[in-house]
Design a protein around this ligand. Structure first.
Ligand code: SAM
Length: 309
């Protein structure tokens, strides 16, 4: 796309349009518009959108990225919470018949992607087995984590997510064991996807400038990795409990998670079986070790419950 076609996303256009309509970017909605056109193109090209793709965009803003996506995708569902921006997007997308603009909060109850939005995605996938679902968005910072991590719990699953998020969040997603960024989120993402930081973006790429750096992140679903974990939702909860007090020994976290089900000796048995010292912390375990721990602990809890009941 030429700079002229993207003129709706320049600082001069956006600021004069906002003045004309009498609005200002709203911090509470994370309204930081990506005004560096090269980086906007990089976000777009990293998603390799094609005619078999059904694309979800969360936080469509005035509709510039939406227009780029609509030029290539089978269908685009663009969700925007802000009524005034939604109206501006409606004007700029009037000529596109493969775009559904939705004015609503993308999240239901603060941490689940709204089922009505996923229903829209599903309706454009149904009857087209060749189609793939992709999330491509310059995400509002405050809802990026729930959107990305919850899309991995709900059907339909995104084949690919290419998003701009806070750099720090991207670094937590790719972090390795025994580093300061390694967390339950690192395990959740890496146990079922490939995560890659495509580019770090300076605050000056946005209007208004955020206080922190951002990153374009590409997340590709790995169905094989996902299938290797039998009950992903429970595993997720288990990992979150193990990281609940990051600096505490894993032994204490296991004791508090299974307090009604296991004794200290049972927990010590589990750690000995897996050859972990009593002083091991969650942040030291690889994903495979965490999965082994989960399976051994759950089997022990079941065995104890059966022998008692
Ligand atoms: N797409 C534009 C761009 O690329 O510059 C705007 C991106 S801006 C970082 C995030 C957008 O998400 C804003 O337009 C904001 O109003 C919208 N937004 C914030 N919270 C939202 C939510 N919970 N649901 C839907 N849209 C939201």
């Amino acid at each position: 796309m030429s700079d002229r076609q993207l003129s709706g996303q320049t600082l001069s256009y956006l600021s004069s349009k906002f003045r004309e309509v009498g609005i200002r970017p709203k911090t509470k909605y994370g309204q930081n518009f990506l005004i560096d056109l090269n980086l906007l193109r990089l976000l777009f090209s990293s998603a390799q959108v094609g005619p078999d793709d059904v694309v979800l965009e969360i936080g469509g803003g005035t509709g510039s990225l939406t227009t780029m996506l609509a030029g290539k995708a089978a269908h685009v569902i663009s969700v925007e919470i802000d009524d005034q921006l939604y109206q501006l997007a409606q004007e700029s997308l009037a000529n596109h018949n493969n775009v559904t603009l939705v004015r609503q909060d993308a999240l239901k109850n603060k941490n689940r992607v709204s089922p009505s939005i996923l229903e829209q995605v599903r309706s454009h996938l149904e009857g087209h087995p060749e189609r793939k679902f992709k999330l491509v968005s310059n995400l509002p910072y405050n809802v990026a984590t729930p959107i990305i991590s919850n899309l991995l719990t709900q059907e339909p699953l995104p084949h690919l997510m290419v998003v701009t998020i806070q750099r720090e969040l991207g670094e937590r997603m790719i972090a390795k064991p025994s580093t300061k960024d390694y967390s339950a989120l690192s395990i959740w993402m890496q146990c079922q996807t490939e995560v890659e930081i495509v580019r770090i973006l300076p605050p000056s790429a946005f209007w208004p400038q955020p206080k922190v750096e951002s990153a374009i992140v590409r997340i590709t679903l790995d169905p094989e990795k996902r299938a290797a974990i039998p009950d992903l939702a429970n595993f997720h909860e288990f990992v979150r409990s193990m990281f609940f007090h990051r600096r505490k020994f894993l032994r204490n976290e296991l004791l508090s998670l299974y307090k009604k089900k296991m004794s200290k000796d049972d927990v010590d048995d589990i750690l000995t079986t897996l050859e972990h010292p009593a002083t091991v912390r969650a942040e030291e375990l690889t994903i495979e070790q965490m999965l082994d721990l989960y399976q051994v602990a759950e089997a022990k809890a079941d065995q104890l419950a059966n022998s008692q009941g």
